[in-house]
Design a protein around this ligand. Structure first.
Ligand code: ACO
Length: 335
């Protein structure tokens, strides 16, 4: 049994924030941000928008391209680290799409690797579980967890959603044929947003202390990152994981039509492309316009590349995600 990508879609918030805008709130400038990251603009969710809304919009576009009705979706995987409900956001997307078949819907939390994990999970559910139409959504709003006084991190992130429909097919049409996934909890010290400790939330009550357990601490810290370590990690593991996926797929570097990496930093993307000897004309990147949108970055860039006619049917895409966890992984796709 095979599985193939049959539709894609994306959605971004309205508010665009440029490097010059950020220079008004932290000590930075367009030249530094552009040169060190390749980012020029990012989109930020505002009060009248929601991540669920963006994810549903991206999903509807993917379904429309695939010519599949919401009622025919049997699994929704929401890859996000920033759900709008502690218990998971996927069922709310099911509701927003009006899927009447009560499809299974749940979240996958793996930061910037989330979408690659979602794709691989979709293929496993299709191949082993009899599922037919799986919506894989990457959606994140890291802006909600950014410390807007920290110039080392606040310049990097933006909000967005992207989605693909993965569909069961005959094995000769298979469009996902090699993957490689990893994590390293020890590296968490380099990039994290942990639950706040030792902080009472009086609104939620402090009565528990009478029974010996601490007051509720119901929020997460802002993103803390050692950029140099994360950079080093990315440029070393991403070429390795792509080589591993290619080997599993029985392919080699010369078979890559497009290299589509998680959009974190232009220097990381260029460094990986150089190591894999993929010429820059074969690298997909829209980082300049959106910054690092975490789990959304790969489906957002894929959607733009497909709709602009850059990626054509039958082409091979090497994709890789990497980030907090630490987590990383890659997959070889045929569009
Ligand atoms: N504007 C101006 N100067 C700045 C800024 C800024 N926004 N940020 C840092 N600086 C300064 C620093 O203070 C430092 O000054 P100093 O030399 O006087 O001490 C100098 O610039 C150099 O700082 P570095 O941190 O060494 O800069 P570097 O070249 O490493 O670039 C960056 C920093 C862009 C963060 C880079 O390390 C990077 O991109 N790392 C990867 C980060 C990443 O991709 N994270 C996301 C992972 S995905 C996920 O899962 C969330």
């Amino acid at each position: 049994k095979g599985c193939k990508l049959v539709g894609c879609g994306s959605a971004v918030p309205q508010l665009q924030v440029s490097n010059d805008d950020l220079a008004k709130i932290v000590d930075t400038n367009d030249e530094w941000i552009s040169a060190r990251t390749g980012i020029r603009n990012r989109r930020i969710l505002t009060g009248n928008e929601s991540l669920t809304g963006l994810a549903a919009e991206a999903s509807l576009k993917a379904l429309e391209m695939a010519q599949v009705e919401p009622d025919d979706v049997d699994l929704i995987l929401l890859c996000t680290s920033t759900p709008e409900d502690l218990f998971g956001g996927a069922p709310q997307i099911q509701k927003a799409l009006g899927c009447k078949g009560n499809p299974l819907a749940f979240d996958i939390t793996a930061a910037c690797s989330g979408f690659v994990l979602g794709l691989v999970s979709a293929s496993c559910y299709i191949r082993g579980g009899g599922f037919k139409n799986v919506l894989v959504i990457g959606a994140d709003s890291l802006s909600r967890y950014v410390d807007w006084t920290d110039r080392g991190t606040c310049i990097l992130f933006g909000d967005a959603a992207g989605a693909v429909l993965v569909q069961a097919c005959d094995s000769e049409e298979d469009g996902l044929f090699g993957f490689d996934l990893h994590s390293d909890g020890d590296g968490n010290r380099h990039l994290n947003a942990g639950i706040k400790e030792n902080e009472s939330n009086h609104e939620l009550g402090t009565n528990g202390s009478a029974l010996g357990f601490p007051p509720n601490s119901s929020s997460f810290s802002c993103i803390k990152m050692n950029g140099t370590e994360v950079f080093r990690f990315a440029v070393s593991v991403v070429p390795q994981t792509i080589e591993a996926s290619l080997a599993k797929a029985g392919l080699d570097r010369s078979d890559i039509d497009w290299l589509l990496l998680h959009q974190a930093n232009k220097r990381i993307i260029d460094g990986v492309a150089t190591r894999l000897e993929v010429p820059k004309e074969r690298v997909i990147s829209n980082l300049a316009n959106y910054g690092n949108t975490s789990a959304a970055s790969i489906p957002l860039a894929l959607d733009e590349a497909v709709r602009s006619g850059k990626v054509k049917q039958g082409q091979t895409i090497a994709t890789a995600g990497f980030g907090a966890g630490l987590t990383w992984g890659s997959a070889i796709l045929r569009w």
